[in-house]
Design a binder for this molecule. Structure first.
Ligand code: DQA
Length: 147
């Protein structure tokens, strides 16, 4: 099964960006973790990151067209983008929202998500391991093998 792992603005800076909040693993390490972890679960995982809202929307549209499960960490767009929420609403396969940090222990503006209302589930505060947990859930609950 194909799975998309989509990352929004600033997540390409993992490892150098506020390591006290987001940890010391780099984006390349996150990518490798998702691809390797996904393969062990029988998933073909593509990991992408963009600084641009429109590019994320286009990837979500393609995921909607192809009924591809998505793991989404939209970064700050999570808290600001109605368009992102609208794109998530079109998805038919599972959508798991992931945040590396526990957004609920942080500033109030991070407590609201335009994604959550459309997500199958949400994983926050477990670091980059949250992505692997999301993939593990998808491997056991999505696709023909699980029905
Ligand atoms: C984040 C949390 C967001 O509030 C923040 O803007 C990010 C990263 C996280 O993974 O913890 O860019 O999504």
């Amino acid at each position: 099964m194909n799975v998309l792992v989509l990352n929004g603005p600033n997540l390409g800076r993992l490892g150098v960006r506020q390591p006290d909040v987001y940890g010391t693993s780099s984006y390349a390490e996150l990518e490798a973790l998702c691809v390797r972890g996904g393969a062990e679960l029988g998933l073909s995982v593509q990991v992408r990151q963009s600084e641009h809202e429109g590019e994320l929307l286009q990837w979500l549209h393609a995921a909607a067209d192809e009924a591809t499960p998505v793991v989404l960490n939209a970064g700050a767009l999570t808290h600001t983008s109605v368009a992102l929420g609208d794109a998530c609403a079109m998805l038919t396969a599972p959508l798991i929202e992931v945040h590396i940090s526990n957004v609920h222990r942080r500033e109030l503006f991070r407590h609201h998500s335009y994604v959550s209302a459309h997500a199958t589930g949400v994983i926050v505060g477990l670091g980059i391991e949250g992505y692997v947990l999301a993939l593990s859930w998808i491997a056991s609950h999505a696709g023909p093998a699980s029905s």
